[in-house]
Design a protein around this ligand. Structure first.
Ligand code: SF4
Length: 380
């Protein structure tokens, strides 16, 4: 169990920096700060920050603040900032804003921050969950990120206790099933640990969402990354497989390996080839494949296994079978936010606008991947 931070009090109401895309409308409850592991080479998020746990008392205080403002909104279908500003106690603006956004989104889900709320310990987390459930009994799900190595150290009883207290889904950053890739990027977990942790979450009754990172093996380990990741997931059969492709911002330690030539990133087309092999290798499972991140090249690569297996391959094949100039057009349009799927290219006026922008910026098959790498850095 993590130590509570004696400096907790001065921070007041807190919200952490990130949440999964699927939790965009969730109430964010910060249970711990930053990441206790913090060594993954591809991850820039918490590198300048120290891990600390928040006290149960302070997390509950945040929940109560949101609850207080939700009670004020009752009966108002669209509480405006201006309408309610007079009632916001000084120093509670962030809690008010969080409460208002959650109220407007229908108060369906809660996400516990930051990187791994299970590190605060089962008793503390259960206490927070029970309080959350009592304040917001209509919330349909409460979810959290956790690391496989954290989950793996917990007993089946402890995980069931969290499930009983109200934790309904855990998002795990598996990233890869290849031990070589996991070691290369310092994930701090092996394929074996990922599989054991995934099975434990499922046995507890909670839903499991596994994140995979296409491109994480670079050129050298691409094939192994696809095959081993699929093999790990075939053994886990998680509820969700979420694809979150690699993008390397300057402040991520992996960027130095790219600069030195030690790590060779894949092109967009190579990531699509790897993704195809990964999907082709998924078998015997009933997971939902989700591409809900802005970094996904193919925003419509979504489907339910096993019935959508061939359709998912077809989505990738549609991109791979385009002529090279059309692939470049799609990639550039996608990274500009104009396209979500290959079908969007049939909007000829949109396609013409993208082509014009390409000509203006001298975008070609030769430089598209460097340009895209720069564009992606802005997303993360
Ligand atoms: S990827 Fe997750 S576990 Fe790894 S450093 Fe980032 S937040 Fe921590």
């Amino acid at each position: 169990m993590a130590n509570e931070d004696p400096m907790d009090e001065p921070y007041g109401f807190e919200i952490g920096p990130i949440r999964p895309p699927s939790e965009a409308y969730s109430l964010l409850v910060r249970v711990m700060r930053n990441c206790a592991w913090n060594r993954c080479l591809f991850c820039p998020v918490y590198k300048e920050s120290e891990f600390s746990a928040r006290s149960v008392e302070h997390v509950k205080r945040d929940i109560d603040l949101v609850h207080k403002y939700i009670l004020q909104f009752r009966g108002d279908p669209a509480p405006a900032v201006t309408t309610h500003t007079a009632q916001v106690v000084p120093g509670e603006a962030m809690a008010f804003d969080m409460a208002r956004r959650w109220y407007l989104s229908g108060m369906k889900s809660v996400f516990l921050q930051d990187a791994d709320s299970l590190v605060v310990g089962v008793d503390a987390l259960s206490n927070i969950l029970i309080h959350l459930r009592s304040r917001f009994p209509s919330a349909e799900r409460i979810t959290s990120y956790s690391r496989s190595s954290t989950i793996n150290k917990m007993s089946a009883e402890e995980l069931s206790k969290l499930c009983d207290a109200g934790l309904s889904r855990i998002h795990v950053g598996m990233e890869s099933g290849s031990d070589n890739v996991l070691k290369l990027v310092k994930k701090g977990a092996s394929k074996k640990i990922h599989i054991a942790a995934g099975l434990k979450v499922k046995a507890s009754g909670m839903e499991l969402s596994e994140y995979v990172m296409p491109g994480l093996g670079g050129r050298r380990l691409s094939r192994e990354h696809a095959l081993e990741s699929a093999d790990a997931l075939n053994k886990i059969d998680p509820d969700f497989i979420r694809l979150r492709p690699l993008a390397v911002p300057l402040r991520a330690p992996l960027f130095k390996l790219i600069e030195s030539g030690t790590f060779e990133p894949l092109t967009e087309v190579e990531v699509a080839v790897e993704t195809r092999l990964f999907i082709e290798s998924l078998e015997g499972i009933s997971s939902q494949v989700v591409s809900d991140h802005v970094l996904n090249l193919l925003g419509d690569l979504n489907g339910q296994l096993p019935e959508d297996h061939d359709r998912l391959l077809g989505v990738v094949d549609r991109f791979l079978s385009l002529a090279e100039d059309q692939q470049v057009l799609y990639v550039f349009g996608r990274r500009l936010g104009a396209f979500n799927s290959i079908h969007d290219m049939s909007d000829t006026s949109k396609a013409r606008r993208i082509k014009k922008a390409m000509d203006e910026h001298n975008v070609s098959a030769e430089n598209i991947d460097e340009i895209v790498a720069q564009m992606k850095r802005r997303f993360i």
